[in-house]
Design a protein around this ligand. Structure first.
Ligand SMILES: [Fe+2]
Length: 303
């Protein structure tokens, strides 16, 4: 199944008012393809301003990739990689472009539209971040999932984003545990397909947290941007998952978040105390650090 024609898609503001948001993936339209900050040369200049935030690898990737990705910040001339994407068989991602004031403004303008509709049901957005994804023709993003909610917005070129599903709650739990134990969202086996979205400039897809997905780019240079965020609830759950991973290392068998209010409350209090004592970094800080090692999950390639 593919998503409806562009003229039937909601706007960024409208998706957050939809009855299935934020549980289901959804296509939408956006205007970032008209923004000069998303032109190839602007992104090349941005990469040169933020060289420590750049990850880059070859465009041809298998769908199942067990290892982590390349290190970040090692390219001497990241702007030139972007300028030559039509011939160099590469993908290059600029992480956390919100570190640049102009791109922070662009991210906030878009995410504020989503927050208008979601605040009533989901609370405040937390830990906003933005990632610009550029790739050579026909690049592939391996199957993975992210712990943040993601808005993947196509700016130039086109791609098919396929959303999968876990075959059982046990399979879901297995992969979430693996994420927090260090898999970074790399999935062990291909999940069944649920729906696919054919993105073109001006369209995007909302991908809920913890939902597997993978991407095939068409035979053109692709430019897209992913905006990510947590909610109060997803941030709390991620911190509990992170604590649970630490408990598993002590050979304990902790309950996943959402199974026990008492256990979740006790863990949230413990996490707060440990963080105050400097003994526990937040799960979110860890997720950001992981991006530094392998480009993260969303940021490993082109979603
Ligand atoms: Fe992703």
């Amino acid at each position: 199944m593919t998503h409806p024609a562009r003229q039937l898609l909601p706007t960024l503001e409208e998706i957050s008012s939809g009855s299935e948001f934020p549980r289901r993936p959804a296509g939408f339209t956006h205007g970032l393809c008209l923004d000069p900050r998303m032109e190839l040369e602007s992104i090349a200049a941005l990469a040169e301003r933020l060289p420590e935030s750049v990850v880059c690898d070859t465009a041809a990737q298998a769908l199942l990739v067990p290892r982590g990705g390349p290190p970040k910040g090692v390219l001497e001339r990241p702007g030139d990689v972007i300028r030559n994407l039509s011939t160099n068989n590469s993908w290059l991602t600029v992480l956390n472009v919100e570190d640049d004031p102009a791109y922070a403004e662009m991210m906030d303008t878009a995410l504020d539209q989503v927050q208008l509709g979601m605040r009533k049901r989901e609370g405040e957005m937390r830990e906003r971040a933005a990632f610009i994804l550029t790739s050579s023709p026909s690049s592939v993003t391996p199957v993975h999932f992210d712990i943040e909610h993601s808005l993947l917005m196509q700016v130039s070129g086109s791609k098919r984003v396929t959303i999968g599903r876990f075959e059982s709650e046990a399979a879901h739990r297995h992969e979430v545990d693996r994420y927090f134990d260090g898999s970074h969202g790399r999935i062990e086996s291909m999940p069944p397909e649920l729906v696919s979205f054919d993105l073109e400039p001006g369209t995007g897809v909302y991908i809920p947290a913890l939902v597997p997905h993978w991407v095939h780019n068409d035979p053109d240079v692709s430019i897209s941007i992913t905006l990510t965020y947590f909610t109060d609830a997803s941030l709390r759950d991620s911190r509990i998952e992170d604590l649970n991973s630490r408990l598993r290392r002590l050979h304990l068998d902790p309950r996943p978040p959402g199974r026990s209010v008492v256990a979740d409350t006790a863990k949230t209090i413990a996490i707060g105390a440990l963080r105050i004592g400097g003994q526990l970094r937040s799960g979110i800080a860890q997720a950001r650090a992981r991006r530094g090692v392998d480009g993260g999950t969303e940021r490993t390639n082109a979603t």
